[in-house]
Design a binder for this molecule. Structure first.
Ligand code: DLZ
Length: 157
């Protein structure tokens, strides 16, 4: 379970690498757009705050979270230093939630094994839209901020 101690929305700036020389791709799902836009904003603002040039932050839109895998795979051919995938899957009445969540997690994991640019997983998988809102700029922080910090750390491993 997430705790205040392992939440990165409040983080130690001195441990985050400077982003001035980096080019970063953000693949953004249109499903649950209010949430994914808030995650995107959190990520982009954080990258800029760490000196990534706006021209070096490239957004690629995909229809749904399932398409994040193809979008990120495509982005891996485009000379980014790191890629952030942004999505929001919310539990409905059917098992669609499980299939999409599992497929995306495994798909992104596989892309991380191919030796190309690392792919950061910023996909919320919540029971309700309220939980997603709380994690995209609400009282549980913004996972987009956390993804941006993770991305900068992954480039400089
Ligand atoms: C179909 C679907 C459903 C039911 N729910 C979500 C969701 O909560 N979040 C999300 O990002 N996408 C959802 N999708 C769309 C799938 O990700 C995908 O776009 C379609 O199945 C087409 O491949």
């Amino acid at each position: 379970m997430a705790t205040a101690a392992n939440r990165l929305s409040q983080y130690d700036r001195s441990k985050v690498p400077d982003g001035k020389d980096f080019r970063i791709g953000l693949v953004v799902s249109e499903w649950n757009e209010t949430v994914t836009e808030a995650l995107f904003k959190g990520a982009k603002d954080t990258l800029i705050d760490h000196n990534v040039a706006e021209k070096n932050i490239v957004r690629i839109d995909v229809p749904g979270s399932f398409e994040l895998i193809y979008g990120a795979s495509h982005a891996q051919q485009m000379s980014f230093d790191v890629i952030i995938t942004i999505g929001c899957v919310i539990k409905g009445e059917t098992r669609h939630f499980e299939f999409i969540s599992n497929a995306v997690a495994h798909g992104i994991k596989d892309l991380n094994l191919n030796g190309k640019a690392p792919v950061v997983f910023c996909v919320l998988t919540d029971d309700t839209i309220e939980q997603s809102k709380a994690r995209s700029g609400g009282d549980k922080g913004n996972k987009g901020v956390e993804a941006a910090v993770t991305a900068l750390k992954m480039i400089t491993l």
